[in-house]
Design a protein around this ligand. Structure first.
Ligand SMILES: [Zn+2]
Length: 375
C-alpha cells in the first residue's frame, strides 16, 4: 500500500504501517496532554496504543498462517488506523477454506484475551476481580477489553469484516452458490452499515461510527462487484476481451518514441517486441518515472518490465484477471502461437463488464401480435 513504512517481517511476510497511523498517535498525545496528564501518563497511553496494534498484527498473522495452511501466500500486512490488512495473494474460494482463514484472525484475539484473563486471575489469587492492587493491572485489564472488542468488531457479519466472510462461507457451503452467497452477505452488510450510519448520525452523534458505516458499505459493494465480475468472466476466453488495436515498441526505441506513442493515442502500456517475440512491457508509469529521472535519452529496454509474461488468447478471463490482481503488471500481452495478437487491460475488461450488464438489462422486445403466449 502506498505511503507505508516497513516495520519488519514475520515468516517472510512484510509488516508495514500506514502514515495515517501517526495521526492516531498524535491525537492520543494531544488528548492526554490537554487532559493534564504527566509525561509518564502520556507515554503509557502511547504504549497502550502500540500494544493494541501489536494485537492487531497478531490477528492478521492468524489469517496469514491459516491461509498458508491452504497454500495461499500473504504478500504483506499493513497497519491502518482502522485496523490491519493482510493482503493474501488470492482469496480462498472453497467455502470451508475461507471459513477457517476468516475465523483465524478473531481466534487469535480470543486466545490473547484468554491468556490475559488467566494471567490476571492467577496473579490476583483469591481477589480475582479486585486487581486494582496489582502493579500495571489496569493496563492488562484494558488490553483484555480491547481484545474482546476486536473479536466482536471483526465478527460483524459484513464485508470487509471477517464476519462477512464467515457468513458468506457458511451460506455458500449450504447453498453451493458462491456468487449468490456473496450478494446475500453484501446486502446484510449494507443494511447494517445504513443502521450504523443512522445511529452514528442521529442517536450517538459519533463520527467514528459514521466512518465505519461508510467503510463497511463500500467494502460490501466492492466485494459483490468483484465476485460478480469474476463469475461473469468464467468461461470467457481472453481473446473476447482483448484490445486488438494497439502499438508495440522495440527494446532499442528511445523514450522519445515511447513518449510520442503515449501522446498519440489512448494506449497507456506498450508491449515490447524483439524479433517477433514479446520481451517486456513498458507501462506509462515507467515512462513517466524514466522521464523524471533522465529525460528522453534512455532506451525502452532499460525501463521496461520484463517479468510480466504473456497470456494465451485461449486462456480464461477469470484466471487472467486473478493473475493481474496478484501481479504488478497493469496490462498483459496476449499471444497466439507465440505471436502478439492483443493486450488485456483492466479498462478493457471493465468495458466488457459494462457491455455485459447493459445486455443483461436490455428490455425484452415487445412480442409480435398473436405470439404473446408462445414463449
Ligand atoms: Zn481479520
Amino acid at each position: 500500500m502506498r505511503w507505508s513504512w516497513k516495520l519488519g517481517s514475520v515468516a517472510s511476510i512484510g509488516i508495514y504501517v500506514h502514515w495515517t497511523f501517526l495521526l492516531v498517535i498524535g491525537w492520543i498525545v494531544m488528548m492526554r496532554w490537554t487532559e493534564g496528564a504527566t509525561a509518564a501518563g502520556v507515554l503509557e497511553s502511547v504504549v497502550f496504543v502500540l500494544a493494541i496494534f501489536g494485537c492487531v498484527v497478531l490477528h492478521e498473522l492468524g489469517h496469514a498462517l491459516a491461509a498458508k495452511h491452504y497454500g495461499i501466500r500473504t504478500r504483506d500486512i499493513t497497519l491502518l488506523p482502522i485496523g490491519g490488512l493482510a493482503r493474501l495473494e488470492r482469496m480462498p474460494e472453497e467455502p470451508i477454506q475461507e471459513f477457517w482463514v476468516a475465523l483465524a484472525g478473531p481466534a487469535v484475539n480470543v486466545l490473547i484475551a484468554a491468556v490475559l484473563l488467566v494471567f490476571l486471575l492467577a496473579a490476583a489469587g483469591a481477589t480475582a476481580f479486585d486487581v486494582s492492587s496489582l502493579e500495571g493491572a489496569g493496563f492488562l485489564v484494558q488490553l483484555l477489553a480491547v481484545n474482546i472488542f476486536l473479536v466482536l468488531f471483526n465478527m460483524l457479519p459484513a464485508f470487509p469484516m471477517d464476519g462477512g466472510r464467515v457468513l458468506r462461507a457458511v451460506i455458500a457451503h449450504f447453498s453451493g452458490d458462491y456468487v449468490g452467497a456473496t450478494q446475500v452477505a453484501a446486502s446484510i452488510g449494507q443494511v447494517m452499515a445504513i443502521l450504523f450510519g443512522i445511529a452514528g448520525l442521529f442517536v450517538l452523534h459519533n463520527p467514528f461510527l459514521i466512518f465505519i458505516a461508510l467503510f463497511v458499505y463500500l467494502g460490501a459493494q466492492e466485494e459483490a462487484h468483484m465476485v460478480e465480475m469474476r463469475s461473469a468472466f468464467r468461461g470467457v476466453p481472453v481473446r473476447d476481451a482483448m484490445m486488438t488495436r494497439f502499438r508495440a515498441l522495440q527494446p532499442d526505441d528511445t523514450l522519445e518514441v515511447a513518449t510520442s506513442e503515449l501522446l498519440a493515442g489512448a494506449q497507456q502500456d506498450f508491449p515490447v517486441v524483439e524479433g517477433g517475440r514479446v520481451v517486456g512491457l513498458l507501462p506509462r508509469l515507467n515512462v513517466l518515472k524514466a522521464l523524471a529521472e533522465g529525460g528522453t535519452d534512455g532506451r525502452v529496454r532499460d525501463h521496461m518490465q520484463a517479468d510480466c509474461g504473456t497470456v494465451e488468447d485461449t486462456e480464461m478471463l477469470d484466471a487472467t484477471l486473478r493473475r493481474m490482481n496478484e501481479g504488478s503488471c497493469p496490462t498483459l500481452p496476449v499471444v497466439h502461437a507465440g505471436q502478439l495478437v492483443g493486450l488485456v487491460t483492466l479498462e478493457n475488461v471493465g468495458e466488457l463488464m459494462m457491455i455485459h450488464s447493459a445486455l443483461k438489462q436490455r428490455k425484452p422486445r415487445p412480442a409480435a401480435r398473436g405470439s404473446a403466449d408462445r414463449a
